[in-house]
Design a protein around this ligand. Structure first.
Ligand SMILES: [Ca+2]
Ligand SMILES: [Ca+2]
Ligand SMILES: [Ca+2]
Length: 145
């Protein structure tokens, strides 16, 4: 499954999104069950929609990132770096990190918890078709199709 994700990474538009998925896949079996983060959000919609208003706000999405972080930062040092890819060859891990370098807002070569949670959210904005700042089930279903 990881190899498939790496192949798809060549599709430019989806690059960052899929690489974040690849990071998730390397980070734990729980997230490896589905290769598509949009489908994961759909499957968990009611749990992610904590205020029950039937849409997922950016705040609710950030809460999801907070929940995911411990599986991303595998060695628990507060940063996503090469050390968090124990199952990847160094060259591949370096390439993955380079592809999500957008998240490294302060450019120190590593992605902090804060940058991961509060940084650009390409997946969210891609799915938010009417740009009203919230995701409906319909928007997520369209994005997953
Ligand atoms: Ca909500
Ligand atoms: Ca780490
Ligand atoms: Ca929307």
């Amino acid at each position: 499954m990881i190899n498939r994700v790496l192949l798809l990474v060549k599709v430019k538009m989806l690059r960052t999104i899929l690489l974040v998925t690849a990071v998730s896949l390397s980070a734990g079996p729980a997230l490896a069950q589905s290769g598509d983060p949009i489908r994961q959000i759909l499957a968990d919609f009611d749990r992610i929609d904590t205020n029950g208003d039937s849409v997922i706000s950016i705040a609710e999405y950030r809460d999801l990132q907070i929940a995911r972080w411990p599986r991303i930062d595998r060695n628990g040092d507060g940063f996503l770096t090469l050390d968090d890819f124990p199952r990847f060859a160094a060259a591949r891990a370096r390439r993955l990190l380079a592809e999500i370098a957008d998240l490294d807002v302060n450019g120190d070569g590593r992605i902090s918890r804060d940058e991961f949670i509060h940084g650009p959210a390409p997946l969210f904005h891609r799915a938010d078709q009417n740009t009203d700042g919230v995701l409906t089930r319909t928007e997520l279903e369209a994005a997953a199709a």
